[in-house]
Design a protein around this ligand. Sequence first.
Ligand code: 0A1
Ligand code: ZN
Length: 870
Amino acid sequence: MRTEQPPVIRLADYKRPDFLIPTTELTFDLAPTATRVKARLTLQRQGAADAPLVLMGERLKLISVAIDGQAVTDYTVTDETLTIAAVPDRFVLDTEIEINPSDNKTLEGLYMSSGRYCSQCEAEGFRKITYYLDRPDSMSKYRVRIEAPKAGLPHLLSNGNLIETGELGNGRHFAQWEDPFNKPAYLFALVAGELDVLEDSFTTVSGREVALRIYVDTGMRDRAVYAMDALKRSMRWDEEAYGREYDLDLFMIVAVRDFNFGAMENKGLNIFNASLLLADSTTATDLDYERIESVVAHEYFHNWSGNRVTCRDWFQLCLKEGLTVYRDQGFSADQRGHAVQRIKDVRALRARQFPEDSGPLAHPARPSSYAKIDNFYTATIYEKGAEIVGVLRTIVGADTYRRALDHYFAANDGTAATLEDFVASFSAVTGEDYSGMLDWYTQAGTPQLHIAPSYDSVNQSLTLHLTQATRPTPGQPTKTTLPIPIRLGLLSEAGETLTFNDGQTETLIVLRDASQDMVLNGVAEQPVVSALRHFSAPVILNLDEPENHAFARLKGDPDPFNRWEAAQGLARTILLNPEPAQAQIDAFAAGLKAALIDAALEPAFKALILGLPTESDLAQSILPVDPAFLHASRKRFKAALSVQLKDTLLAQYKIIVTPDTFSPDAQAAGDRAFRNALLDLLLAGHSRADLADDAQMIALAENHFGTATNMTDMVGGLIALMHVQGAPYQAALDAFYARFRHEPLVMDKWFSLQATCPHPDTLARVEALQNHPDFDARTPNRWRALVGGFAANQSVFHNAEGKGYDVLVKQVLMVDTFNPMTAARMIEPLSRFRNYVSPYKDGMQKALETILAQPNLSKNVAELAGKALN
Ligand code: 0A1
Ligand code: ZN
């Protein structure tokens, strides 16, 4: 097995580039297997007088090099660089290269997808297009000319404004683009092809008219209507919430089917994975609509947080990503409700970031080294990065936050900034020192917050003993303390709000030290503590309290997040107990029932409260992890609840009427979410022992599926039928396939639904689906649907004979030969092998070793598999 790891790049070695590139002119002559790219760069030395010019370039066939019009032959080319030893202080460099987009399956650089040319340059894809200083602190003004045959390529798109178009003869044409803003190469984009376009316009706050265009596959224009609406709402929101106005006359989005990630914020020309752009009621679920809304907003918001102010180096990735996620979460909360949005965001954080932060791949939001930056587009950079911004905002308050952000954008506009610059903006507007916040960025691991309350009934005072600690993570054996904002209120044991300190109902405590005592006075009776309201910091809370206190919060906490959290905690205690007391289950069922019939609660919230902790949630709260136990325990508990609450569930199910016309709005989606969650729990009680009852429930699910008028309900019906398996499940799957087999995005769902089905038959199904004619590992969406879905399916993936790991190893090694970035993202499910009981533990370790032993492994996979085993 290989032991050496790929070479690493370190933040400590950062040095600004030796040359500036004030202007970049590119000419593309597009041809599928032999695209020519001419680059004319103006260069100015800013480093040492004898520094050579070293440009990055990969997989480029170099045709020519010239300096100030004179051909150069004295240069060195390696697999990764073009070096010219002696160059003047100011000069014009001309290069010409050739690339083969049709052969590019890495989906990085310039590639072809469904007959179209498409680029992806973040993080280091531009060097696959031309020789360049491909680093974010190298900013330049771009002019781009695209020449191509007219046939099949009517649209020739790039960043900025369209300056000129024209004929070239021989059935060819050209387009000339100019981007007036300085930008780093990772924001460059080019798209050429046959596309339908949906057009609209937006008038900015200062009265400028911006043309909006969304380009999609032919025939799909109607499916872009929702994304267009989301775009206009995002543009308005960013003006109102952050004072950010759009800065070009044109904003374009293109949807492509083959894309490694979700979407990309190229200046003025966002490129989207079609799955995050196209929607109509028959093909997209409410979750798809929700994600489209948030990703459209995310990419648009990058125009300021990322493009106008970019990152100095890739270690600062979280500067643009954490802040932009925080901004898109704020937008979604305003569109869809703050409590529900917060619960969903925290659920995602716990599902993806907490496990990462406690395993061998743990890294700070600002890592100090990496081998492949593509591996660092992680939940920690994105989601923890967003939480850190939230921590700052909670500490300084909304008004100061807004002033600090205004300062940040003004002071750093047009530059490549650092996290220090971001934090400094808070000091600039308050005069206070926030350097402690940088520790949140540089320290890995999820802090553990412990709260020990003690009530003094004589003095009517409550003392909260607060402590924090963070466990060691790889490379960081000792940890510092962090500023942790704790939003806190009190309830009576009956679940009523309890005041303290002369009528206060909520307070904010910022714990900065390892431990601190906090005293609240005027507390009239034994209080129930409601801490970390709205999840005010990304920590793991351990609160010393009797169990009835969680029931009090479930009943009456005015903070909906903590109400949901109380249900999660109570369910977790039951689920992790091999022999939970019946009284405990009954009490939980009663609490749940009260919430379900509470007319004051929104259906979307009720749907969330019905969502018990998942098997992977549970896997984080117990050591060692036995996936078979967790699965059985959850199944048993759901069945018990289903039986006990059947009448309530059925009554609630029947109250919700599906309206005649479909609306994707939050309220209608909330009703659907609740109705589908009720159906799922109803079917979870399915048992062959009671045949009559069973038939009634199966008919309910079949009818739900069969009469569904939208994709959300179809999927809800299918998920419910998973409890039934056998003919009813298969019939629904077949009907789904027959109806949607020509809809690639829906077929992704068909693969993913089967792969995520928590039934032992799923392993054989997945093995067979790998050979299905519609399975295509070269399309990341399809691959992730099957392989990603399967690897997340705890009880099936963790097969005692290791058959689940075999599937994953085979798939990862196959995809690694042409798309390392996508392959590497599938290492994570194996990484926490040390937490599992045997034989899973040994099987996962062996799988990682098999991967690492593969000759010619990519740097991407080698880095992650190596770290996982270390
Ligand atoms: N900046 C994008 C994410 C992204 C990153 C890398 C990509 O290709 C390697 C593509 C997209 C975002 O945050 O949306
Ligand atoms: Zn982003």
